[in-house]
Ligand binder design. Structure first.
Ligand code: HEC
Length: 113
């Protein structure tokens, strides 16, 4: 990917440029697709409350559903904030550090796809 090449040349004092750092902080992993990883993650941790067909939403807002990669992408910034930054989703917690790392990479891959 071209941006990755550009970034690899951009280290050094200029690195404080926040736009560059944001992109550099978004490591993708092409092996993390919806099929190979995303679907299982959202089913396991989120979709008991956040699926269109869920009968047990526990107050999850209507429309905040993660049944497909498109739906996740539509809400990607809120997923980042709630799971990766604030850590208050899923309700009750329970996502391992490993899965959090993978989620970060999965979201970056999804965004670039
Ligand atoms: C046990 C039920 C439950 C589970 C499991 C759950 N949520 Fe939620 N979620 C809620 C409820 C209730 C709200 C509304 C209250 C709130 O925003 O805190 C909500 C709101 C949200 C919102 C919208 C609010 C916003 O900040 O924009 C997002 C995004 C979200 N959840 C993401 C997730 C993700 C991603 C997972 C899985 C990693 C997850 N949730 C797991 C119950 C749940």
């Amino acid at each position: 990917m071209i941006w990755a090449l550009l970034l690899s040349c951009a280290s050094g004092p200029q690195d404080s440029d926040s736009a560059l750092r944001d992109t550099a902080d978004c490591p993708t992993d092409p092996t993390l697709s919806w099929q190979s990883w995303g679907h299982g993650f959202f089913l396991t941790y989120c979709n008991s409350c956040h699926a269109a067909e869920s009968q047990t939403r526990h107050g999850a807002p209507p429309g905040v559903d993660f049944d497909s990669p498109e739906l996740v992408r539509d809400q990607i910034s809120r997923v980042r904030v709630r799971v990766l930054e604030q850590g208050d989703m899923p309700l009750g917690g329970g996502v391992s550090e490993d899965d959090l790392l993978l989620l970060e990479r999965y979201l970056c891959a999804l965004e670039g796809s």
